[in-house]
Design a protein around this ligand. Structure first.
Ligand SMILES: Nc1ncnc2c1ncn2[C@@H]1O[C@H](COP(=O)(O)OP(=O)(O)OP(=O)(O)O)[C@@H](O)[C@H]1O
Length: 748
């Protein structure tokens, strides 16, 4: 096998690269068995997308099936760069041709599509109203950069978890020696019953489970996983993790601005978002909110498409999807799988788990992995699956959807399936069990038989195939393992994007009439209770000090309990975005903590305006503004505590329990209720923001009247201000450290 010319590089112009890559692959493929394909690749290397599409469009399913060799020529770029054209099944080619004849296609390729063909790019148009046709016409091409082709290989992959018991820890094996590969231009489907390990395998291959309990080898262009791959991987998780109050367009625009490389301008990034919206047929709902449990938003299918859009927007080399069709009707599911297929055709490597595909969906996959209880039951061409299982004696006895047949097998259920002679013999020797199972072997026996059959007949052959080096040059290989992380925006840009995104997502909270009413009514009640209170006599001063203490407690409690929710609520989003290296944690942290400040500072202004004048506190501008500044300082310090507790525990129940105990202790140690605090507990007051705030409020109101209120000495106030400022930063630092230590949850 010839090695390709090492002068080609990913940074060169797209057409240069395509021609070179095609030539490289063609060179690599020069073998007697792939002679036809090579011819196709060579001639196809310089084929334009237009000509390839034309030939695809002219193919009818029947014709494609009758002349499968020609389908190689019809394939676009991805097919040309395939390592092993032999892998392309005639079934997959047939389905491609038939999909082309249905008018489905995907232009996430960077290829120029002639305007007369743009109207064909309607993978998601729901009906044929004139509006839709117009939308179809307006669909934009995505001027994607050429992606780095990534060949993914995995050999003998194992994964276990340690389950902690009361007395001993138990090891649970989740994956047991999984081997396979997937190349650019292919869609690999992971199938198996629920709990068979599909998500775990997907996470492991996507670099999201790098725990020591994982074994075997996973390589990307023959290189191990490196952090630089994060920017080349798109990972669509099973649950759609999206902000419910952002619109579809906002969601994709923020993703584009954060994730696309710095080399693109803001306008180019925003245009990419619009292009993705049109590509995914989301134009009609682009200004609709995503929605969630409490807000009605886009439909489930649209939400799934937004999740996919969030990932394909970066033009990933490798796209992983966890059950992208779950919960969708069969037509929408078919459209999504068709789209994956088109993405693969554009030179990407696609892996998807799938639960129970219809037979139409099943034929759209190039390769298939069938898992059963974490073991490999089949890996190979999707179109060769039935042939393989019939070769080991398992064939459906009635007409059956292949996916249904495979899931039955993986579950050990041989109803309406022929029983292999080996298993039949086993059943006959186990008489007692035979009676209870109507002559059928037990699921455990079926599982064991299937695992063994694969091990003895196919596994070694597949492992040998993986040893063949990939025919791409070293430069391309090294791009995969560069240790440098690539951020899409500078720290400051990340901060400002996240700040704005935070404001938009929580805009409904900011102007929540409920919170305004809560604060205004509390202030009014306080104003009425302390109506025009006097501070000129000791009794009146005592009363007023009570009001000041209440203000210190109220603005200590309130922010702690609102800040507690900040990080636990966004945990899933943070994990997802950090796993994709979308931004620096510090930029997120600062943006998230500052975007809440406007509201937190508007409400106390309203509160103080009502209380201050109703209660008749010290009437001069300086005192009013100093009181306000003191309350602000208290709020920001209290928020810090809430953030720290939330980020450390990341669990709302535990966090609220701890916060209420802490705040209560701070309040009691604040010096208003107990004058003589026992020495062993008196230190608590120094870490209590209530104590410092109360002292400052007393100072502002009474420093000109008395040096001592309620046994509390009124001093310069510098100590109190310093303590509060230290809390503002100290608690936040603690919160940041806790977030840094947070394990990224990937849903495995
Ligand atoms: N961290 C973990 N701790 C304990 N068990 C785990 C863990 N991760 C996975 N498992 C177990 O491993 C098995 C495989 O899980 P996985 O989510 O990969 O299955 P799946 O095939 O994707 O299932 P489904 O189709 O229902 O999503 C399950 O039994 C699951 O409970």
């Amino acid at each position: 096998m010839e090695r390709p010319n090492s002068s080609s590089g990913i940074m060169r112009t797209k057409s240069d690269q395509l021609v070179e890559t095609a030539e490289a692959v063609a060179a690599a493929m020069r073998s007697p068995t792939s002679g036809e394909a090579t011819g196709g690749a060579e001639s196809g290397g310089t084929l334009s997308r237009k000509s390839s599409r034309r030939s695809m469009m002219s193919a009818s399913p029947g014709r494609a099936g009758g002349n499968s060799k020609n389908t190689h020529i019809r394939k676009s770029r991805s097919a040309q760069i395939k390592l092993d054209l032999d892998e392309v099944s005639s079934g997959a080619a047939l389905s491609r041709a038939s999909s082309a004849s249905l008018g489905f296609s995907f232009s996430f390729t960077g290829f120029t599509v002639p305007p007369d063909e743009i109207s064909d790019f309607k993978p998601f148009s729901d009906d044929d109203t004139p509006d839709d046709l117009e939308a179809g016409m307006r669909k934009q091409r995505i001027q994607a950069e050429p992606t780095l082709p990534i060949y993914l290989k995995f050999k003998d992959v194992t994964y276990k978890v340690i389950l902690k018991g009361m007395r001993t820890n138990v090891e649970k094996e989740i994956l047991n020696g999984i081997t396979g590969s997937v190349n650019p231009g292919e869609v690999l489907a992971l199938m198996g019953p629920s709990g068979s390990g599909k998500t775990t395998l997907l996470n492991l291959l996507g670099g999201r489970l790098n725990q020591p309990t994982a074994g075997g080898s996973v390589t990307y262009n023959d290189q191990p996983y490196s952090k630089s791959l994060k920017s080349k991987i798109g990972f669509v998780t099973q649950d759609d993790v999206l902000f419910p109050h952002l619109t579809v367009r906002e969601t994709l625009t923020y993703a584009a601005r954060l994730r696309l490389p710095k080399t693109l301008t803001k306008q180019q990034k925003e245009k990419r978002a619009v292009d993705v919206i049109y590509e995914l047929g989301l134009d009609r709902c682009q200004d609709t909110m995503i929605g969630g449990s409490f807000v009605r938003g886009v439909s489930g299918g649209e939400r799934k498409r937004v999740s996919i859009g969030n990932e394909i927007i970066i033009n990933p080399s490798l796209l992983f999807l966890d059950e992208p069709t779950s919960g969708l009707d069969s037509t929408t599911a078919l459209r999504i799988v068709q789209m994956l297929h088109d993405i693969a055709e554009a030179g990407k490597t696609v892996l998807t788990t799938i639960h129970q595909p219809s037979s139409r969906l099943f034929h759209k996959f190039d390769k298939l992995i069938l898992l059963g209880k974490g073991n490999l039951l089949y890996f190979g061409k999707a179109s060769g699956t039935m042939e393989y299982f019939s070769s080991i004696g398992c064939s459906p006895l009635i007409t059956m959807n292949p996916a249904e047949f495979l899931l039955d097998l993986a579950n050990g259920n041989l109803n309406d399936v022929s029983i292999p002679s080996e298993l039949e013999d086993k059943v006959q020797t186990e008489h007692s069990e035979t009676e209870t199972r109507n002559g059928k072997p037990s699921p455990a026996d079926v599982h064991e038989y299937l695992v063994e059959a694969y091990e003895t007949r196919v596994a070694d052959q597949e492992k040998k195939k993986l040893m063949i080096p990939i025919p791409i040059d070293e430069e391309l290989k090294s791009k995969v393992c560069s240790p440098k992380r690539e951020w899409g925006a500078s720290w400051w840009e990340q901060y400002s994007i996240l700040f704005r995104r935070g404001l938009k997502e929580r805009r409904h909270d900011y102007f929540s009439w409920l919170r305004v009413t809560q604060v205004a009514s509390t202030a009014t009640i306080l104003g009425l209770l302390w109506w025009q209170s006097e501070s000129t006599n000791p009794k009146g001063l005592q009363d007023q000090a009570g009001l000041l203490f209440f203000i210190a407690v109220f603005w200590g409690f309130f922010p702690v309990f609102t800040a507690i929710f900040t990080f636990p609520q966004e945990r899933a989003m943070l994990s997802k975005e950090r796993a994709a290296d979308m931004y620096r944690l510090s930029a997120y942290f600062v943006a998230r903590t500052t975007s809440d400040l406007p509201l937190d500072l508007i409400l106390p202004v309203l509160f103080l305006i009502i209380v201050y004048f109703m209660a008749g506190l010290r009437m001069d501008a300086g005192s009013f503004f100093l009181t306000m500044l003191t309350v602000f300082l208290c709020i920001v310090a209290a928020q810090g505590l809430g953030l720290a507790i939330g980020a450390t525990l990341m669990d709302l129940k535990r966090a609220t329990t701890l916060a209420s105990v802490t705040v209560m202790t701070f309040m009691l140690a604040g010096g208003y209720f107990v004058k003589k605090v026992p020495i062993f507990i008196s230190w608590i007051r120094y870490i209590s923001f209530n104590y410092h705030t109360y002292k400052l409020l007393l100072k502002v109101q009474y420093e000109h009247i008395t040096p001592n209120v309620n046994g509390m000495k009124i001093d310069g106030g510098l100590k109190e201000v310093s303590a509060l400022v230290a809390m503002v930063f100290g608690y936040r630092l603690l919160a940041y450290i806790s977030l840094r230590r947070m394990k990224l949850h990937t849903g495995a």
